[in-house]
Design a protein around this ligand. Structure first.
Ligand SMILES: Nc1ncnc2c1ncn2[C@@H]1O[C@H](COP(=O)(O)OP(=O)(O)O)[C@@H](O)[C@H]1O
Ligand SMILES: [Mg+2]
Length: 261
C-alpha cells in the first residue's frame, strides 16, 4: 500500500451561537506517498478545516480517516498529539514561530516532545534542517529579527525536522511578497523532488501549478475544475443580481426623500 492518506466521507460541522456550519460535507481524498497535492477554492469553502483534520489538529464530526494505515478519526487527544508529532509537519500562513525562542530552539522544538532523542541529536538534526532551507547562518536570531521570507524558511525547517510522513502547508505564501513567496514555493518543490509528500492549500493558481495533482473545493466538497468554474460563475451572477437589485432600491429612495424635502 502506497496510500498514505485515505479520507472517506469526512464531515465537519461547527456549532457556534446556534448556527450550524457544514464546513466539510463529505470529503473523499487519497494521497499517496511522494505526491504533491494542491487544494484551492474560494474563501470559506473549507480548505483550512480540511488541512487541520489532515494534520490531526482537529477531529471530524463523521467519516473515516486512515493515516499510514492507522484509523485516526476517533483517537484521543494525547494519541493524536503523538501521531501528529511523528507524522505531520505543518506550515502556516502566519509562520507561527515562538517569539522568545531562537531560530535553532524553534526548529528543535518538535524533537523535544519525542522520547529518546538526545540533546546533541536534536541539535544536529535541527542544524541539518536549517541547512536544507538555507537558514543555518541565523541560528541565534529571534523570529522578530528575520524577514517574513526567512521566518517561513525557519518554519519549513521546523516542519521538516522530525522527518514527517507529510508536509501540510496552509497558504504558506499568503503573508509574503511575490519574491519571497516564489522562494518558499521553490523550496517546497525542491523538498518534493527529494521525496517529500506535500499537501498545500493555496488560492494562487500559479502556485497550484507546482503540484502533481490539483484538488478543487467548493462549499465543503471536492469538485472538479470545470464544476468549480461553473459554480463560481453562478455565485458571481447571484452577487451581481443582488447588487443591481440593491442599486435599484437605492435609486428609488432619493426621489422619495426629495419629495419630502
Ligand atoms: N472554529 C470554527 N467555528 C465555527 N465556524 C468555523 C470554524 N472554523 C471554520 N468555520 C467555518 O467553516 C467554513 C470553512 O472555513 P475554512 O476551512 O476556514 O475555509 P477556507 O480555509 O477555505 O477559507 C467557513 O464558513 C468558516 O466560517
Ligand atoms: Mg483558510
Amino acid at each position: 500500500m502506497t496510500n498514505l492518506i485515505q479520507m472517506t466521507d469526512i464531515r465537519k460541522v461547527f456549532y457556534a451561537d446556534e448556527v450550524e456550519t457544514h464546513a466539510l460535507a463529505g470529503i473523499h481524498l487519497n494521497i499517496e506517498k511522494g505526491e504533491y497535492v494542491s487544494i484551492s477554492g474560494p474563501s470559506g469553502c473549507g480548505k483550512s478545516t480540511l488541512l487541520s483534520l489532515l494534520g490531526l489538529l482537529d477531529t471530524p464530526t463523521d467519516g473515516q480517516y486512515r493515516l499510514n494505515d492507522v484509523a485516526v478519526e476517533d483517537i484521543n487527544a494525547s494519541q493524536r498529539a503523538k501521531i501528529r508529532n511523528k507524522e505531520i509537519g505543518f506550515i502556516f500562513q502566519a509562520f507561527n514561530l515562538i517569539g522568545d525562542l531562537s531560530v535553532l530552539e524553534n526548529v528543535e522544538l518538535p524533537l523535544t516532545y519525542r522520547d529518546g532523542v538526545s540533546k546533541s541529536e536534536r541539535r544536529e538534526r535541527a542544524m541539518e534542517a536549517l541547512n536544507r532551507v538555507g537558514m543555518a547562518h541565523r541560528i541565534k536570531h529571534f523570529p522578530s529579527q528575520l524577514s517574513g521570507g526567512q521566518q517561513q524558511r525557519v518554519a519549513v525547517a521546523r516542519a521538516l525536522v522530525g522527518q514527517p510522513s507529510i508536509l501540510l502547508a496552509d497558504e504558506p505564501t499568503g503573508n509574503l511578497d511575490s519574491k519571497n513567496g516564489e522562494a518558499v514555493m521553490a523550496l517546497l518543490a525542491e523538498l518534493h523532488a527529494g521525496g517529500a509528500t506535500i499537501c498545500m492549500v493555496t488560492h494562487d493558481p500559479r502556485y497550484a501549478d507546482f503540484a502533481d495533482r490539483k484538488v478543487f473545493m467548493f462549499d465543503g466538497q471536492i469538485v472538479d475544475e470545470e464544476t468549480l468554474h461553473k459554480l463560481r460563475q453562478e455565485e458571481e451572477q447571484r452577487l451581481e443580481d443582488q447588487i443591481s437589485q440593491a442599486r435599484a432600491r437605492r435609486s428609488a429612495q432619493p426621489a422619495e426623500i426629495d419629495e419630502q424635502a
